[in-house]
Design a protein around this ligand. Structure first.
Ligand code: OAD
Length: 419
């Protein structure tokens, strides 16, 4: 089941779009040829609302679960682990519970697509219910990993009262089934690792094949079978990625557009190109209120500042490498060693055996690109310059949820119960 994930060459022209840019995507939408937009979302579209994503290195949930004493971060959503120790999940549930957060510009953009009759289907991995809150029609939403909207006993499957659930979650307590002495553990209808995705996902997943445009927003595309949806559309169908980094197979097809950076920022740029910006901002502010809108905008500003710091640090590191390199160059000149001659390669006994010298033109180019990166803007990038999360062959999991990080070890449905 190998997939070719090599990125598209810059010289390869797009087949459908006039160029790989948001302007061209807008032109395509406005041409009237687009009737069925499929949107796929993940935790990145809710970070502006204040909900952490899962896998971002410092700020993601999985990096911040040390205090819960888990065998591995993903155990918090592992059914086998939950059966033995449900507490960590309920600690987290208190943080993530709907009602505390408000939709972002990205959520409202999807609603706008629905209102304009362009949204074929939204597939979301998010469990925060913000799509519903944004006013996207229920029939257009597939919550592929379930949500906090309902809950039931994991033994007898009896539904548990929503009001009571809220009380348990707010106290950080674990609810138990009240049906005829069952006392089974109650769990929100969120899909845990080892569980089947909802039937609706499989009933509607073919809609991804019918798309004439695919928008992917704020997901690492690491969890299957959801991640496989991006590859269902026909090859000439344009796919746009709004994400901090390149993920999955995005960037591998001729009509892939990578809008790398903050997804709200990218969506705003597309809305600008479409002439929908004012409408988008108005709807969003009307929905969340001025105070929340300002809070989210301030948060975005802080994230940009943090990114600035990171880029400055990176530039410094490149500087350091350059400096070291210049020094080495001088030493090399002094000793008249022809490093390009294979016979003169160092033997590697604890010495530098870099075949690609990070010094010189390459490093200078990196340095200048780092310094010139305007991180306040979403960057539409040429695919060669982006990093790739390495996709691996995934078992289809028999419809069960599996994470790529576990692909080598854990098998679908093989729930770990290490407490
Ligand atoms: P991840 O945390 O794996 O990925 C979020 C992606 O969004 C990353 O690529 C981030 O770089 C990116 N990102 C974060 N903030 C962003 C922003 N403001 N703008 C643009 N991009 C941003 O989250 P998911 O892909 O949603 O499963 O994770 C998939 C599943 O893994 C989740 O549904 C969850 C988890 O285990 C369950 O809850 C069952």
């Amino acid at each position: 089941m190998g997939q070719d994930h090599s990125v598209i060459d810059e010289d390869t022209p797009p087949k459908t779009l006039s160029s790989r840019s948001l302007a061209s995507v807008a032109e395509y939408i406005l041409s009237g040829r687009v009737k069925r937009i499929v949107v796929m979302t993940g935790a990145g579209i809710s970070t502006a609302a204040g909900i952490p994503d899962f896998r971002s290195p410092d700020t993601g949930l999985y990096a911040n679960l040390a205090s819960l004493d888990l065998p591995e971060p993903e155990a918090v959503f592992d059914l086998g682990f939950f059966k033995v120790n449900p507490r960590p999940f309920y600690v987290l549930a208190k943080e993530l519970y709907p009602g505390n957060y408000h939709p972002t510009v990205s959520h409202v953009f999807v609603r706008l697509l629905a209102e304009k009759g362009l949204l074929h289907q939204l597939f979301t991995q998010n469990i925060d219910c913000l799509e519903r809150e944004a006013g996207i029609p229920a029939e257009k939403i597939i919550e592929a990993h379930g949500s906090f909207a309902s809950q039931r006993c994991i033994e007898c499957k009896t539904e548990f009262d929503a009001g009571k659930m809220r009380e348990f979650v707010s106290r950080g307590e674990v609810p138990r089934c009240e049906e005829g002495g069952c006392k089974g553990l109650v769990k929100p209808d969120i899909v845990f690792f080892g569980e089947q995705l909802p039937k609706a996902f499989f009933d509607r997943k073919d809609m991804a094949e019918e798309a004439d445009l695919v928008l992917v927003m704020g997901t690492s595309l690491q969890v299957h079978p959801f991640a496989g949806l991006v590859d269902l559309a026909a090859e000439r169908v344009p796919r746009v990625l709004f994400n901090l980094e390149r993920v999955g197979s995005m960037g591998c097809q001729a009509d892939d557009v990578l809008a790398l950076g903050d997804c709200d920022e990218g969506v705003r740029r597309l809305a600008d190109e479409l002439g929908w910006r004012e409408e988008l901002e108005e709807k969003w502010r009307g929905l969340v209120g001025e105070e929340e809108a300002e809070r989210q905008l301030q948060g975005a500003k802080k994230r940009v500042e943090a990114l600035h710091d990171e880029v400055a640090k990176l530039a410094e590191e490149v500087d350091e490498v350059l400096h070291l390199g210049e020094k080495k160059e001088k030493e090399k000149e002094g000793s008249h060693v022809d490093a390009l001659n294979p016979e003169n390669k160092p033997d590697g006994e604890g010495k530098v055996v870099n075949e690609v010298d990070p010094v010189g033109e390459d490093a200078a180019a990196i340095k200048s690109s780092v310094k010139n990166t305007d991180i306040t803007k979403t960057v539409e990038v040429s695919v060669e310059t982006t990093n790739a999360l390495k996709p691996v062959d995934m078992p289809d999991g028999g419809g069960r949820i599996v994470s790529e990080q576990k692909a080598g070890g854990q098998q679908p449905g093989d729930t770990k119960s290490s407490a």
